[in-house]
Design a protein around this ligand. Structure first.
Ligand SMILES: *[C@@H]1O[C@H](CO)[C@@H](O)[C@H](O)[C@H]1NC(C)=O
Ligand SMILES: *[C@@H]1O[C@H](CO)[C@@H](O)[C@H](O)[C@H]1NC(C)=O
Length: 398
């Protein structure tokens, strides 16, 4: 019996010691494992900021098909088409505020732009959103399956927008694709809103390839051109160069703002992506975009991305807004054989500053243009590190 006798002081000491060890270990554990830190799993909101004919439909699909993403394509299309008589400058705050509401899953903001009693199918390109083809909006495609636009168009059309709002609130990521921003400043309030946790992916493409693709879908772009050009009139042959110049200027404006003199709240929230890099290296580039916004690559998505970028699987319709599964790397070079040198040269002229900033080399003759073994893409690595001190004057664009 005497051996079991323990002194009260020792017990108290041991208990305190044990407590201290537990507290210490827990603190250590919490630091090591981000999952057990406070309920900081805020929703991420992603703006895929791009321009017409720059591969944003494809990159948009890459997000739309992800099981954690609620995606909408061009919600601000409704503003531009409802108010076609205005110019882009006047509309940009309306566009900004609409984006903010949609990020917050408040689709009542669409009331102003949609006919009465509209359903989900009144939303621009709604069937491109896998989330609008999935529960609770529609029972067609389960959330972790790849959706099929054609089928979705046929089978899904929820009445009203309540189900879409309900769906939106259940995803960890809301991704919106927009081509209607020409600067970042109007987005500052959104970038500073801690509840939005906004990320911007700025998708750019070689303006010569954009020029060629715009020619192929010229009609579909007429009304937007007028808004971009603030309804100034130009000779018809001149319009496309003027629009491309505006687009190039906006790339420079946005990229310089984000990289050269970013306000503190922009740090870590902006990523520029060149479409050509995506075409050359789809899986790696897409993985890095996912990582930037906190999404995981799945096996199924990886297979699908491989298929659509290597000309396998769906899609031959020549719709101006449809992604097709052609060989992505070939498509990004098509302008070199399909466009006459004088047009190429004109685009290089109006986009000189943007091309040097973004890493696209000019050609100086028809021969050089058509010689496909001459690489016109400045490799990604060096330009990423060198664009800080690179020339910041763009005489042709000022
Ligand atoms: C990719 O293509 C292969 C071969 O055509 C096909 O068997 C597979 O189902 C496709 N996968 C996806 C996810 O599209
Ligand atoms: C989508 O559905 C349509 C209509 O059933 C079908 O013809 C097409 O092959 C489907 N596409 C894919 C990629 O499964």
């Amino acid at each position: 019996m005497p051996r079991c006798r323990v002194n009260l002081g020792t017990v108290t000491f041991l208990l305190i010691l044990q407590g201290a060890v537990v507290v210490l270990l827990c603190g250590w554990y919490v630091q090591l494992s981000p999952c057990s830190s406070p309920p900081s799993n805020p929703k991420v909101h992603v703006l895929l900021l791009s321009s017409w004919r720059s591969g944003s439909s494809f990159v948009g699909q890459v997000f739309s098909q992800h099981p954690s993403v609620f995606y909408l394509m061009e919600p601000a299309w409704h503003i531009w088409t409802s108010m076609q008589k205005q110019g882009a400058k006047k509309l940009r705050m309306a566009v900004r505020d609409l984006i903010r509401s949609v990020f917050q899953c408040d689709l009542s903001v669409m009331d102003a732009y949609l006919p009465e009693n509209s359903g989900v199918s009144s939303l621009f390109m709604w069937s491109h959103s896998r989330a609008l083809c999935s529960p609770p909006v529609c029972l067609l495609t389960s959330r972790d399956e790849l959706s099929n636009q054609t089928l979705c168009n046929e089978k899904c059309n929820a009445q009203g927008l309540q189900k879409a709002e309900e769906a939106c609130s259940t995803y960890s990521h809301v991704v919106l694709k927009e081509v209607r921003f020409f600067e970042l400043e109007s987005l500052y309030p959104l970038l500073q809103d801690p509840n939005l946790n906004l990320r911007i992916i700025h998708l750019v493409r070689d303006p010569r390839a954009v020029g060629r693709s715009r020619e192929a879908s010229a009609k579909a772009l007429l009304s937007d051109n007028n808004v971009v050009l603030e309804h100034k009139s130009f000779p018809p042959a001149e319009v496309q160069y003027q629009v491309i110049q505006e687009i190039c200027r906006s790339h420079v404006r946005i990229n310089e703002r984000a990289i050269l003199k970013p306000p503190p709240f922009l740090k870590g929230r902006y990523k520029m992506v060149r479409y050509e890099d995506v075409a050359l290296n789809p899986l790696e580039e897409i993985k890095s975009m996912y990582e930037f916004v906190g999404l995981e690559m799945t096996r199924k998505l990886g297979d699908w991305i491989f298929n659509v970028t290597h000309g396998k699987g769906q899609g031959t319709r020549k719709d101006a807004f449809k992604i097709t599964s052609r060989n992505a790397a070939d498509v990004s070079q098509a302008w070199r054989t399909a466009m006459p040198y004088n047009k190429v040269s004109r685009i290089q002229d109006v986009c000189k500053g943007a091309m040097s900033l973004l890493g696209y080399r000019s050609v100086h003759s028809d021969k050089e243009q058509k010689k496909l073994d001459i690489d016109l893409l400045v490799p990604k690595e060096p330009y990423q590190f060198s664009w800080l001190p690179v020339k910041t004057q763009h005489p042709s664009e000022d």
